[in-house]
Design a protein around this ligand. Structure first.
Ligand code: GLN
Length: 447
């Protein structure tokens, strides 16, 4: 109830939550108390959590930030939501997001932008801006989020909190509204790496209902938290600290690297030569997959249906024209174009080849070090409205996060300081496949 009171007090200004259902939350809390009384409590029983509005939750509105799903009440739980329930976590509500997770500022939500708690004139980042802002403003201790091209790490950095994007396939995508299925991955946002580890313990694990879920032995992601960092080799990719990186961000990361050295790490310069190509490759592949995934929103089975229409074709057209926002339409058009006969080889196939090169860069880099240090974004959070008319400027700001998704690697963003204007600065650590525990360990020792 303390958190519900904070949500009541601060959500009207921040707009981090799109749905709060007090009675339902209190019922879950009561159930958790009963489990505790019966001696069946786990480490997180009774702890509050907020879910990004992309995860289907039985009986909850699941809008994905879209008018298309404005009135959609999910009839089932996503695997992530089901696991959180089993662990006894209490849902505080549903967090705002860019429509269908497309965006880097949360300004693409059909339910209004989210404000950055550190500076209410700034964006919180996106697409999981609601989750990051809610954690930063202490409206919830932790939240679920998803990362297709940076949507866990970048809002975490912009809001001064910690976010982990796991290895592709570690967290089930079942019941998570699909944006770009080969890139989408769920993960936690919380104040600290230790909290992210606890939450990942709940979220991760094989799920036969997700065909890309990986079947591996269960891990305790908290196991290495206290491990000393002596001998940790941190790779510093020269392409990530070149032109385009804001001075204040570069300075904060350099200071953080010096701190890591004090903690026992050594720095190695590495090269990721195809870094620049991650943006064009991602902005071909992600829209291509989105154009296919979003074809299911046709107004027939669920979702928005136009009130008036002529024939079936007209119904599809009007429902989709009314239900989708501008950025989603832009992505569907781009995706349909790059997949069309005659352009497929030039764009989609080419992008897939570049994707492989980017992944190979990381393998070559990670052969020389244990983790790679990087900025999360070239600048701190920008002002609300500052980039909303310039989609390309917004895409370019994703330069440091997209490669991780193209390669399927894990990455963690953790806070390292503030810019002169008071906006938080985050830093990213990237590991090889399944190196989550090591990333959490490094971030934890730093914190
Ligand atoms: N900003 C990127 C995009 O707009 C990434 C979003 C995400 O990770 N969901 O596609």
């Amino acid at each position: 109830t303390d958190y519900l009171a904070r949500i009541d007090a601060h959500n009207p200004t921040l707009n981090a939550f799109v749905t709060v259902e007090r009675a339902r939350t209190l019922a879950m809390a009561k159930e958790a108390d009963q489990r505790r009384a019966a001696g069946q409590a786990g480490p997180l029983t009774g702890a509050p959590i907020a879910h990004k509005d992309i995860f289907c939750a039985d009986g909850w509105k699941t809008t994905c930030g879209s008018k298309m799903l404005e009135n959609f009440i999910s009839p089932y739980d996503a695997t992530v939501v089901a696991r959180c329930k089993e662990a006894g976590l209490v849902t505080l509500g549903r967090t705002n997001m860019d429509e269908f997770a497309m965006g880097s500022s949360n300004e693409n939500s059909a339910f209004g932008a989210v404000r950055n708690p550190w500076d209410r004139t700034a964006v919180p980042g996106g697409s999981s801006g609601g989750s990051a802002a809610a954690v930063a403003a202490r409206l919830t201790p932790a939240a679920t989020a998803t990362d297709t091209g940076g949507s866990i790490r970048q809002p975490a950095a912009f809001c001064g909190v910690t976010g982990l994007k796991p290895t592709y396939g570690v967290v089930s995508r079942w019941g998570m509204v699909a944006y770009a299925s080969s890139l989408d991955q769920g993960g936690p946002i919380a104040q600290t790496a230790a909290d992210c580890a606890l939450l990942l313990n709940v979220m991760a694990g094989f799920d036969e209902r997700d065909s890309t879920s990986l079947e591996r032995p269960a891990e305790d992601y908290s196991r290495d938290l206290e491990r000393p960092l002596d001998g940790l080799r941190i790779g510093v990719p020269k392409e990530y600290f070149a032109e385009g990186l804001a001075g204040d961000v570069a300075a904060a990361i350099e200071a953080a690297l010096a701190e890591y050295r004090k903690l026992g790490a050594t720095l190695v310069e590495i090269s990721l030569p195809n870094t620049r190509l991650a943006i064009p490759a991602y902005y071909v592949i992600a829209p291509a997959e989105a154009s296919s995934n979003l074809s299911r929103f046709d107004g027939v089975r669920y979702g928005h249906r136009a009130a008036e229409y002529g024939d079936l074709d007209d119904m599809y057209k009007k429902s989709r024209a009314q239900g989708f926002g501008a950025e989603v339409k832009r992505r569907i058009l781009t995706g349909t174009y790059v997949l069309s006969h005659g352009y497929y080889d030039a764009y989609y196939l080419k992008a897939q080849k570049v994707r492989r090169l980017v992944a190979e860069d990381f393998q070559a880099g990670l052969a020389q070090c244990d983790v790679i240090a990087a900025p999360v974004a070239p600048t701190v959070a920008w002002g609300l409205g500052e980039k909303s008319d310039d989609p390309v400027a917004m895409y370019l700001a994703d330069i440091y996060t997209l490669g991780v998704n193209l390669a399927g690697l894990p990455g963690i963003a953790h806070p390292v300081g503030f810019a002169a204007n008071g906006r938080p600065i985050g830093m990213q650590l990237i590991g090889n496949y399944f190196a989550e525990a090591r990333l959490l360990n490094a971030a934890h020792r730093f914190q």
